[in-house]
Design a protein around this ligand. Sequence first.
Ligand code: SF4
Length: 446
Amino acid sequence: MRINTPDYVSTTNPCKVCGPLGVSMAIKGIENAMSIMHGSQGCATYIRRYMISHFKEPLDIASSSFNESTAIFGGKSNLEAAIGNVNIKYKPELIAVAPTCLSDTIGDDVKSYCRECAKESSAELIPIKMPSYTGAHLDGFYAAVKSVVEGKSKTDEGIQKVNLFPSMISPADLRYLRTMVNAFYSDSMILPDYSSTLDGEIWGEYLPIAPGGTPLKKISAAHLAEYSISFSPFLRNEISAGAYLEQSHQVRHYSLMPPVGVRGTDEFLDLLGEKSGKDIPEFYNRERARLIDAYADCHKYTFGKKAVVYGDADFVAAICSFLDEVGINPLICASGSPFNNFKEYISNCLENIEPEIIEDDVDFKSLEKLMEDREIDFMIGNSKGYPLARKKNIPLVRCGFPVHDRVGGPRFLHVGYGGALNLLDNIVNTLLTRKQDESTIGYSYL
Ligand code: SF4
């Protein structure tokens, strides 16, 4: 949804980033892997800057560094040079090559370039099959995961029973998911896994590539797993690794709702329990009970409140599902990029409440128009909504990606019962702060 009037026809303050950024984030979650942005140097610099500001970690992204003549005659020789340099400097085992807007504009064929460069490269080359103009960061993220699973050489020896393909969640979320899966399986694969590469320890010496990430041997064995789980039920098949494995290798694919809040987490744990034949560990039953208790404790603060939820489609769906559980009305649900069946996706996440507006492809200017004349208690989403929240004098609960104006974005937990507790505390404390700030009396009990 984009507001189109004679004085306003373009995107203004987009509520999304581009596909190559999503590719870069996904590739950071693979062991000993590097990404090359095939295009102008500015793309790699911009993406690095954007991600470093959120993750606060060293982050190298290579570029084939187009110049004026490359933009006219094509970037094949630049890509050859980039692949050679990356092999020498970083010694990766896998290089993912993503097209960017400039190389897409001139029609460079990244796939055939990679095929031609493969003999000279010590690292396996994976072209990312997604034009940079299509969709947004979430599409690039999923396209990268699918391209790697599809393009990586395959082994005959199975390792993991289950493949987990999470959405674009935080490193803390990935650690939490891993603990959950480990309670049922001694070996599983989470792809991508940037829980340590983008939220790591201090290094004693410079390391060209951050340690950690999904082991390459597990990616090679993904087609031999018993089943896969992903958390984006309306994802298009062409960028879904789970759908690819099911269609090409008969690996059963379960596409669940995001595991945020009670319902989503229950569904995930129930599936793991059913497939593994093991009971849900007592720890999770206790944590679930504490969460329900906290819902009851906070109900007087949350019930009937109205929120604006914005960000990528999976994030918005997950947060709406959680808000629905705690009695908050997600009055406006806005995805920053186009997403198939977005209305259906959101409606499926809600049991009690009907939002007034569910729109995809929304920029912040359109969101401002949508918010006009509506009573809203808070906004929830990434920090790019801050200028709008400030203008409207509405409290903002920061979570998701990116969080550029606070610390702790990578450590913010959203998934599981633990994530729901974290979200609840944040939202309720934000509402209480507003109440206290607006009061003429210095209440210390609320
Ligand atoms: S030019 Fe295109 S690919 Fe490069 S940073 Fe901008 S939107 Fe992303």
